[in-house]
Design a protein around this ligand. Structure first.
Ligand SMILES: N/C(=C\C=C\C(=O)O)C(=O)O
Length: 144
C-alpha cells in the first residue's frame, strides 16, 4: 500500500502525478523544479518581449528548487535530513555545475550525513527551468 502526497506549498505538478508517494518507510518525490508555488514564476528568469527566455540564474533556481523539495518533505512528514538519494538534472551542466555544486554544499555541509547524489546533464526539461531534482527520503530512524 502507498500514500500519495500533494501540497500547495510546492509547484503544481505539470501532469497527472503526485508530489510524492510514501511506501512504508520510504518517500519517493516526483521531479521537483524551481517554479514558485502558486505563481509558476521561475526565480531569476528574464524574458524578451516575445516571451523567449533572455537569461536565467542558476543560483536563484538552485536555492528555489531546494526550498521546494523542503516543502514537499515537510508536507510528507519528512525532514531535509531524511534525504538519502538525490538525482540532479541540469540542462547546461558545463555552464552550471560549479554554481549549483557550491550551493549544494551550503545545504548539505556535512558529507557524513549528506544524501547520495548523481548529477546528469540533459537536453531539456518540460518547463523553462535549468535544474530539477528527483529525491528519495527514508523515514526509518538513522544511526548517524
Ligand atoms: N516532474 C515533471 C515536471 C516538473 C516540472 C517543473 O517542476 O517545472 C514531469 O513532467 O514529470
Amino acid at each position: 500500500m502507498s500514500e500519495a502526497i500533494r501540497t500547495d506549498t510546492a509547484p503544481r505538478p505539470v501532469g497527472a502525478y503526485p508530489h510524492a508517494r510514501r511506501v512504508g518507510d520510504l518517500l519517493f518525490l516526483s521531479g521537483i523544479g524551481p517554479r514558485t508555488p502558486g505563481s509558476d514564476a521561475i526565480p531569476g528568469n528574464e524574458y524578451f518581449a516575445d516571451g523567449r527566455l533572455r537569461r536565467y540564474d542558476i543560483a536563484a533556481q538552485t536555492h528555489s528548487v531546494f526550498a521546494n523539495v523542503r516543502a514537499v518533505l515537510e508536507a510528507s512528514g519528512a525532514r531535509w535530513e531524511d534525504l538519502v538519494d538525490v538525482t540532479v538534472y541540469l540542462t547546461d551542466i558545463a555552464r552550471d555545475f560549479k554554481a549549483y555544486n557550491a550551493i549544494w554544499a551550503e545545504h548539505f555541509p556535512d558529507i557524513d550525513t549528506a544524501p547520495c547524489r548523481t548529477t546528469l546533464g540533459i537536453t531539456a526539461l518540460p518547463t523553462p527551468i535549468a535544474i530539477e531534482l528527483k529525491c528519495v527520503a527514508s523515514l526509518a530512524p538513522r544511526k548517524d
